[in-house]
Design a binder for this molecule. Structure first.
Ligand SMILES: *Cc1c(COP(=O)(O)O)cnc(C)c1O
Length: 335
């Protein structure tokens, strides 16, 4: 199967599996797992934070961050299309009594700082206390500019807010901008990274932040049932991903651009409204094309896509080659 549904479908390669098999492990809840400890220390240093904690998923990493920054009755500002607002089952509100204050995302994925300023609540007992701004990079495959990040930092300093980055795909942003990851990370009080998407690890995310924040997050992780024992086998995969699978994201971006170009040659498919910046390709599909039927037909040819409402999102990753894209285009052509 060639799978264009998401970069979460990536499977560990043989050498990654080998490092998992050979990983030294211990009970991480006791702090005894040397491989988890090594990953957490490496990640903190590599990204310019004091500390980090290895967690089961990006959703958990975001939840821990919001709950560590905010108390009950606080609120966080975020984008209307932010993953930690729309796609995380309302966790911060349900489990932390932390209220989200979403703001419409601008076409480039950013949040207008003037609009945000208007949503910050005055210090008055009628209101929730605005504590945190949460950004996402990449967001819908779009990269936030370094300039914008600097402005967001200054905005948070001015308004005494903490600044969090949902960096599930932050390495796609760094590779697209051709900057070291720290050029992005330096602006944030906390940041998450998904090791299990384009980076190719099977399971795991990181939350990065100050020592105090991460220590609070560790307590919350335990509370949520996220304390893992011999997690070194997973941390080994994460370490491998950070050491070997970052630079190759460029290939995914090149493939995504190639895919978009080829799709635009087909009648009924149009990506021109969504210039490709990283590994996500959004496609408008004409009414005459029954995209659900297309998806069914493709399965028979060994190709998986997720049909959407009058469109689709295709994702390139380490399991999709240039030749696989040609196969998809050929299959669409010969319908
Ligand atoms: C995938 C994703 C997450 C959540 O990660 P999971 O590991 O699937 O829980 C969070 N934020 C963004 C932007 C994502 O793309």
């Amino acid at each position: 199967m060639i799978d264009f549904r998401s970069d979460t479908v990536t499977k560990p390669c043989k050498t990654m599996l080998q490092t998992m098999v050979e990983a030294e492990v211990g009970d991480d809840v006791y702090g005894d797992d040397p491989t988890v400890n090594q990953l957490e220390q490496f990640a903190a240093q590599r990204h310019g934070f004091e500390a980090s904690v290895f967690v089961s998923s990006g959703t958990q990493a975001n939840l821990l961050a919001i709950l560590a920054h905010c108390e009950r009755g606080d609120e966080y500002l975020c984008g209307q299309s932010a993953h930690n607002y729309r796609y995380e089952a309302g966790g911060a509100a349900v489990l932390g009594s932390v209220q989200p204050q979403p703001v419409e995302n601008e076409p480039d994925g950013s949040l207008d700082l003037q609009k945000l300023a208007a949503y910050i609540k005055p210090d008055d007992f009628h209101f929730a206390r605005t504590k945190l701004l949460s950004l996402e990079n990449t967001i819908g495959g779009k990269v936030l500019s370094l300039d914008y990040l600097a402005q967001a930092r200054a905005f948070c300093d001015q308004h005494k807010l903490q600044l969090h980055l949902d960096g599930a795909r932050v390495y796609n942003a760094a590779v697209a901008l051709e900057v070291d990851i720290r050029a992005i990370a330096q602006h944030f009080d906390s940041m998450t990274i998904c090791l299990s998407k384009g980076l190719g690890a099977p399971i795991g995310s990181l939350l990065l932040g100050s020592k105090a924040l991460i220590s609070k997050a560790r307590r919350l992780r335990k509370m949520l049932g996220g304390g893992m024992r011999q997690a070194g086998i997973l941390a080994a995969a994460g370490m491998y991903a950070l050491e070997n699978n970052v630079e190759r994201l460029r290939e995914d971006h090149d493939n995504a651009r190639y895919l978009a170009e080829r799709l635009n040659e087909l009648p009924g498919f149009d990506t021109s409204a969504y210039p490709v910046q990283t590994n996500l390709v959004y496609v408008d599909v004409a009414n005459q094309v029954d995209i659900h039927k297309v998806a069914k037909d493709l399965i028979e040819q060994g190709i998986q896509i997720t049909p959407g409402y009058q469109g689709m999102r295709l994702v390139t990753h380490l399991g999709v080659s240039h030749a696989d894209i040609d196969r998809l285009i050929q299959a669409l052509k010969s319908r």
